[in-house]
Design a binder for this molecule. Structure first.
Ligand code: FNR
Length: 384
């Protein structure tokens, strides 16, 4: 490919380089995908105000998220199976985030384990995302492992008690590693870069689970175990239990409703993420960027509010910040970079987003991200 200038270029390249079942796993939403699409398109309808002839020198996008310094108001979101987009994907993405100076969040459902990432980043602190599964002994051990690895925040995901249905995953027979059917072998044969990387790593299954749960040692047992483990009976008392066991910074992920945001404040968490899981759970839900302002209005003075869903440019990051998010997260954007070019691709994503954010902030009349607010948006184009 010629010069890569934006996230879309990386998406196109990832589609060419990553086996179909894993590319589709990333680039899909649940059912009709209407929420997945709205997450992206609702950013486009918000318009920025151009300001001129102010001093644009000495700009800064640096800020904090949960009191921790970040080079821009952005973190990497937890995504499952990241190590199947590219060999050792979680380690490569965590290194890119560390080198850029933004937080990286490792998913419970990662391929590289907590310990792999800790080792691969020379002990640099990262955030760990937890799903509370039925096997609470396993969850206790997982929390303890995250503490032992020096994780500096726990991101507790609350919008996946049951699984939304993604048609493409069912049709592709998604599994890690992929089952060697004739169709898969033909597909993989056309992706030699990916295949060679995979041959070079032992990490091809859920690293936080395999070998850590009694009786779960191979793929068939793993799928059965995982499918049976999401807990439909979760409630706010489980959040309290996790908070006590963890004892550190706690971020609650998957809040879309003002009433739930208020309950999250009562739970004593440090931050909430306004998120609909990238449109992968409740299809037909409001986009994240449209849900954000009402939640900020209701609880923004009591708790730090973050958002994710549809962030594909620095302009999107700026709009989220203007609407009250202290920071936002990227899921698919970093996965495209990873699938396209490994760790270098994730660094490229961060460079692109940072440049877009920095220049757009200046065009809107600001040199410091801390001073950006709703005034940079054109009235009537943004949700209240
Ligand atoms: C996710 N997401 C997610 N969230 C989570 O808490 N734990 C997880 O394991 C996963 N896994 C996952 C896999 C893939 C492939 C995607 C795309 C997403 C949701 C993720 O953290 C985040 O909420 C969305 O990705 C944000 O939307 P964008 O940036 O992808 O549009």
């Amino acid at each position: 490919m010629a010069v890569i200038t934006n996230i879309e270029d990386l998406r196109v390249l990832a589609k060419k380089r990553v086996p179909r079942m894993f590319y589709d796993y990333a680039d899909s939403g649940s059912w009709t995908e209407s929420t997945y699409r709205a997450n992206e398109s609702d950013f486009q309808s918000i318009k920025l105000r151009q300001r001129i002839l102010h001093n644009m020198e000495n700009r800064s996008t640096a800020t904090t998220m949960i009191g921790q310094k970040t080079a821009m108001p952005l973190a990497i979101a937890p995504t499952g199976l990241t190590g199947m987009q590219h060999a050792d994907g979680e380690i490569l993405a965590a290194r890119a985030a560390r080198d850029f100076g933004i937080p990286f969040t490792l998913s419970t459902m990662s391929i590289c384990s907590i310990e792999d990432v800790q080792k691969g980043t020379d002990g640099h602190p990262f955030w760990f995302q937890l799903y509370v599964m039925k096997d609470r002994d396993f969850i206790e051990r997982l929390i303890d492992r995250a503490k032992a690895a020096n994780c500096s925040a726990l991101v507790l995901t609350l919008d996946l008690q049951i699984l939304g249905q993604r048609h493409k995953d069912l049709k592709n027979g998604l599994s890690a590693p992929p089952k060697l059917t004739i169709a898969n072998m033909i597909d993989i044969a056309t992706k030699p870069r990916w295949a060679l990387g995979m041959l070079g790593t032992p990490r091809r299954q859920f690293g936080n689970i395999v070998g850590h749960v009694k009786g779960v040692s191979d793929m068939s047992k793993l799928s059965e175990w995982t499918a049976s483990q999401f807990d439909p009976a979760l409630d706010w008392s489980d959040v309290e239990w996790v908070k006590k066991r963890w004892g550190g910074k706690l971020i609650l992920k998957g809040i879309q409703d003002v009433e739930d945001a208020k309950l999250a404040v009562s739970s004593g968490a440090d931050a909430i993420i306004v998120s609909n899981h990238g449109g992968r759970q409740l299809d037909g839900a409001e986009s994240s960027i449209r849900s954000l302002p009402a939640i900020v209005e209701a609880v923004g003075k009591q708790i730090e509010v973050h958002m994710d869903g549809g962030v594909r440019s620095g302009q999107d990051i700026l709009k989220a910040r203007a609407l009250g998010a202290q920071g936002c997260y990227i899921g698919r954007a970093f996965l495209y970079g990873l699938g396209a070019m490994g760790g270098e691709g994730v660094s490229k994503v961060l460079e692109i987003l940072h440049k877009e954010l920095d220049l757009t902030m200046a065009f809107c009349g600001h040199t410091n991200i801390e001073n950006v607010d709703k005034n940079i948006l054109l009235p009537g184009t943004y949700p209240k």
